[in-house]
Design a protein around this ligand. Structure first.
Ligand SMILES: *[C@@H]1O[C@H](CO)[C@@H](O)[C@H](O)[C@H]1NC(C)=O
Ligand SMILES: *[C@@H]1O[C@H](CO)[C@@H](O)[C@H](O)[C@H]1NC(C)=O
Ligand SMILES: *[C@@H]1O[C@H](CO)[C@@H](O)[C@H](O)[C@H]1NC(C)=O
Ligand SMILES: *[C@@H]1O[C@H](CO)[C@@H](O)[C@H](O)[C@H]1NC(C)=O
Ligand SMILES: *[C@@H]1O[C@H](CO)[C@@H](O)[C@H](O)[C@H]1NC(C)=O
Length: 419
């Protein structure tokens, strides 16, 4: 299957069961299983995509209770389980690429799947963590190309994922606590300028498709929502996210126009979070068993002193974990949970059939999906077990309901040869 990021958002809602199956297999047998596609995946950015680049001795991602849902122990991911990289690799039919830190410890043949250069806590600009910023991450990539670890044919079928800027804003907000945020747009411009340079560099190194995340609604992240006692997202910070995302989309459009291509695409984390929040908020108000989705599952016992994973001098745990991380949108105060059961946060890269109602069409590949208006997606065509499908499904993205349209009409049309 050729990779197609244009259709990522759309396809994925339809081929959910396939994705799920492929994914489980790939993630669990990463070292053994062969990739189905020949996509080489390169990853740059921060903790939303880091799969183990922090050194074990210093990284919170290597401490309990991180990894508690999957694989059951810390795996260098800033989550209770999988992160975006794992889902996207699975979607592309490949396996999670090796974390840069571990490149010497894995079989050389594994490097062909690509490499993950992302470090949790980092940004486009320097942040308080002493880890490689995006520029340095690209330097690492460039060096591997120079050393012929990656050659032209690897790059011919390559995809890059870039998840970045959340930490730039976090660092800015920490530095300018009393700022009225009127200066934020100027900071966004500074980020955008450097980010543009970085993205062009990745392109210049030969990557064929580059997916950049639109950042999450910063005001909804628990560390911010805490100041509103988790009753609401900080609207002003969400406006900051929206501004960033608008400027980013414009910048990517300019880059695409320059090359007359669609080399640059976006992955909309903003919408993913907001939709997930809305859905969970509705569920929380409908059932008393559901928790406030703005509250993290794992948090330090004393605000500002302890964090998820903190232990005191005597080694005693100074954090608490919710009963079931699967029911939380946020794992800790910054990071989404794997949220496997509900598939909320990652619903557009990994969803389960139970998230939908109506007449759900069969899983398929190679189909067409067209958005109509603001709330509908029409899905038609595609293949299942090498057979063409001829139904037409309409999916309502607001109420998550599928319906079949014109099905019999279409078949009749085929029968009489009028299509
Ligand atoms: C992947 O590459 C191998 C060897 O070059 C080739 O035989 C195979 O057909 C490719 N697979 C896909 C899905 O392109
Ligand atoms: C990224 O880090 C390098 C190495 O520390 C530093 O020289 C460079 O100025 C940083 N780049 C940005 C844009 O902050
Ligand atoms: C939460 O924010 C929304 C949108 O800004 C606002 O309409 C609502 O009144 C707020 N709710 C509370 C409880 O502050
Ligand atoms: C851009 O691509 C389209 C379609 O491939 C082509 O028709 C058009 O001439 C191209 N424009 C430029 C400026 O290269
Ligand atoms: C969370 O979901 C995963 C994957 O579906 C499952 O293996 C695990 O048992 C669930 N955890 C709990 C506490 O329900």
């Amino acid at each position: 299957m050729p990779f197609s990021f244009f259709h990522l958002l759309f396809c994925i809602t339809v081929i959910f069961s396939e994705v799920h199956a492929v994914h489980e297999q790939h993630f669990q047998h990463a070292s053994k299983s062969e990739s189905k596609s020949n996509v080489t995946l390169f990853v740059f950015g921060d903790s939303y995509v880091d799969t183990g680049n922090w050194r074990k001795s210093v990284g919170g991602s290597w401490k309990e209770p991180y990894g508690i849902t999957f694989p059951g122990k810390p795996s260098g991911r800033f989550s209770d389980g999988r992160v975006l990289t794992d889902y996207i690799a699975s979607y592309l039919g490949t396996i999670t690429p090796t974390a840069y830190q571990w490149r010497k410890g894995v079989k050389r043949s594994n490097l062909k799947y690509g490499m993950n250069f992302a470090y949790g806590g980092t940004g486009v600009l320097d942040t308080p963590v002493n880890q490689p910023n995006m520029t340095t991450q690209i330097d690492y990539f460039q060096r591997l190309i120079r050393e012929k670890v990656y050659k032209k044919q690897d790059l011919d079928n390559s995809v890059a994922i870039v998840s970045v800027a959340g930490n730039d804003y976090a660092a800015y907000l920490a530095r300018n606590a009393d700022d009225d945020l009127r200066k934020l747009p100027a900071f966004t411009k500074t980020i955008m300028k450097q980010l543009g340079i970085n993205l062009e560099r990745i392109q210049g190194l030969g990557v064929k498709r580059i997916a950049v995340t639109l950042i999450e609604p910063m005001g909804c992240v628990p560390v911010q929502a805490a100041s509103l006692s988790y009753t609401n997202c900080s609207e002003v910070l969400n406006i900051g996210s929206k501004l960033h995302n608008q400027m980013l989309q414009q910048a990517l459009k300019n880059l695409n126009d320059k090359t007359n291509s669609t080399l640059f695409v976006t992955l909309d984390l903003y919408d993913a979070f907001i939709s997930a929040l809305n859905k969970l908020t509705k569920r929380a108000s409908a059932s008393s068993g559901m928790k406030n989705p703005l509250k993290p599952c794992c948090d330090g016992k004393e605000k500002g002193k302890y964090y998820c994973g903190s232990v005191d001098e005597s080694g005693a745990k100074q954090y608490s974990i919710c009963e079931n991380p699967n029911l939380s949108l946020f794992w800790d105060t910054v990071h989404p949970s794997q949220n496997a059961r509900l598939g909320q946060m990652h619903y557009w890269v990994r969803v389960s059939a139970s998230d939908f109602s109506g007449t759900i069409p069969q899983p398929r590949s190679g189909h067409t999906a067209v958005p109509i208006g603001k709330s509908k997606i029409v899905v038609f065509g595609g293949l299942l077990d090498k057979k063409f499908l001829n139904d037409i499904a309409v999916y309502d993205i607001v109420i998550w309901v599928f319906s079949l349209l014109f099905h019999s009409l279409f078949l009749l049309g085929l029968f009489f040869g009028i299509w």
